[in-house]
Design a protein around this ligand. Sequence first.
Ligand SMILES: *[C@@H]1O[C@H](CO)[C@@H](O)[C@H](O)[C@H]1NC(C)=O
Length: 273
Amino acid sequence: MHFSTSFISFALLASSQLVAGHGAIIKATGDQGGHGSAIGVDPSTPRDGTRRNPFQQDSTRFRNAAADQCGETLSGGTNDVETGTAQVLAQTGGTLPQISAGGQVMMTLHQVNADGAGPYTCMIDSTGTGTQWTPIQVTQNIDGNRRGNNRATSTMDLPLTAAIPASQTCTGTVAGESNICMVRCQNPARAGPFGGCVPVQMADGNGTAAAAPSAASLATTPTGAAAAPTLTDDEEEEEITRRPTGFIFSNGFRSRCSLLNIVSAAPGIMVLG
Ligand SMILES: *[C@@H]1O[C@H](CO)[C@@H](O)[C@H](O)[C@H]1NC(C)=O
């Protein structure tokens, strides 16, 4: 069984070379207004289909050279923070999502096909460069199984919200804008991770002048675990359909493991591609 599992993993890894991004953050706003998107997003991409071309072209995948930074897209290659942010600014008429310490960033995740589903994890880089990530809490997540798979929500626009820590600073200067942070969200798809990097701007300075967070401001941090993503009935359906004959498991055979929910919702757990 170990051999067959490894073999299947290898086969999926090999085939993933042919797989493009399956989820794109097409819109984002901050608690202080403004709007933007993930870098690499092309607003002219049609959103009513699932095929690689054209529907997956501007979705980010965290693989290859920039796997630990802002990933890559099929159409644009490596996502460059500077030029990507300049493009977002050009598309929005010069604004970015405006955030505050203790606030939030509200995103729209366009799920292209089945493995662009949740659960998503998010992180932030206070330097805006997309190189130093700190996990942040996802307060509104997207359903999916532990492989980021949920066929039922393919081609849908879904809300994804992350909390900005009360002690957050944003000291980046990117594309001529100051007080920039980069927010990165990604799913656990085996062919991914898929998701995107969203440049955001602290509305009221860089946050470094703020007093040490008081007990009161800490209390505004959302408490409790992030909304626990639910495992869907078609767990691993995608992979199952690709398994060679001889390794057939029925969905009913796989019992749900509640531990998975706990692990994926646990604060502080971050998986870099
Ligand atoms: C933050 O902004 C203040 C006020 O403009 C400035 O003096 C300080 O150097 C900035 N800090 C960083 C780390 O950019």
